[in-house]
Design a protein around this ligand. Sequence first.
Ligand code: NAD
Length: 323
Amino acid sequence: MEELKMVKNIFKTVAVVGTGVIGRGWIRVFTRAGCHTRIYDIDSSQTHKTLDWVKRDLNRDVSDDIISSQQAQACLSLISLHTDLEEALTGAQYVQESCPEQLEIKQSIFSKMDEISPSNVILSSSTSGMDIEDIAGGLRGASRCFTAHPCNPPHVLPVVEMMPTKALDSVLLEKAIDFLSGVGQKPIRMNFFIPGYLVNRIQAAVVREAIHLVQSGVAGVEAVDTVISDGLGLRWAIFGNFGTNNTNADGGIREYYNRFGQTYINLMKELDSNPPDFDKEMIEQIGQGVDTMEGDAPISDICRWRDRMILKIRKLKEQDPHP
Ligand code: NAD
């Protein structure tokens, strides 16, 4: 059963601004760690819908024996709903913004948050593609603003990409990283901004080649996915790319790259250089392949199964750590 982790001494009260798909995942991250979590959405009905979603998700965790009903109750008791941004930020030491991916919205909300909250409060954005410098670089409090980009859903996938503005306050960045580690996430630091950050660039490279292989008729959707789910992905879940490469030759990554470097160069030159169009025809072709592969189970059931499986894999990794 999952432990309710208590965060010690650091950031007992947080705020979540924007409570859609990503905001609700952050609510689960922070409450699981014992943080009082003050939630705000411009659409006040959304905070109620989110609270219902959190209740349902916690109940499913209780049914699946991931947490006890007392733990679920403890998480719920830490959430407060607010209809006013200033009220929501009162007392919060860390704020996680998860509003829509539109520059004007992010700029406006960061400007308001910077005005409202004391200068030592950390303001993080979940943005998946924008530069935090564009969002908050011009603010008086730019040095306490960061991107903290999660994977979806944040309470299941721990990695968070951290990116400061140019006005970086490294002490505050360390604090943000310590806090996110303390609540069970895996923050990683980027040295400079690049569109899509790391996650979406790596994802885009794989998506592009997967679509190319199906569109050009080399193999079907299920075959391409099986290569990952019963092949590459099993190793990636343990190591990532470089760690995997390191195990592909008895002498480690140096031997592997020396032996297979030219093969990779040849293949890399072979890879399709044109991105797919994402036109109707392509989307339908892939869509039909996915329908055949997935059957008619509702997406929400498939997501729930995904979450359970990921938690089990993470548990296994914790129980049998890297030597
Ligand atoms: P969403 O549309 O599900 O939720 C956004 C929420 O923000 C809505 O509830 C909306 O009412 C609210 N909102 C809009 N304007 C607001 C304002 N001014 N103040 C407060 N709330 C406001 O979007 P999402 O998928 O949760 O994405 C949120 C952020 O997280 C985006 O920046 C996105 O790029 C990023 N992100 C998304 C994913 C993903 O897979 N969905 C993954 C990682 C990061």
